[in-house]
Design a protein around this ligand. Structure first.
Ligand code: SF4
Ligand code: SF4
Length: 78
């Protein structure tokens, strides 16, 4: 199963990842991070298909997706 890591304190709550996710399983938390923003979190991880679109869409490098041996992050594939 893909693993998604959201660094909540890097998030500014822009919701780009929420829009990008084809499964619509990312939403903003009701809690506030250290920057004062509601931050993104995965609300239904088992439905993740490991596409990496959330990570690629995040301008703040707050999301990493690990799927099938590939790590997806904004403009960084390794
Ligand atoms: S990897 Fe794809 S399906 Fe999984 S949370 Fe990110 S955008 Fe959604
Ligand atoms: S795209 Fe990045 S900064 Fe924007 S809400 Fe998602 S995790 Fe936060």
């Amino acid at each position: 199963m893909p693993a998604i890591r959201v660094a909540g304190d890097k998030c500014k709550g822009c919701e780009l990842c929420c829009v990008a996710c084809p499964q619509k399983i990312i939403a903003l938390s009701d809690e506030i991070n250290t920057q004062g923003f509601r931050y993104a979190r995965v609300v239904d991880a088992p439905r993740c298909i490991g596409c990496g679109l959330c990570a690629i869409s995040c301008p703040d490098l707050a999301i990493e997706v690990y799927a099938e041996g590939t790590v997806y992050q904004f403009y960084s594939y390794h």
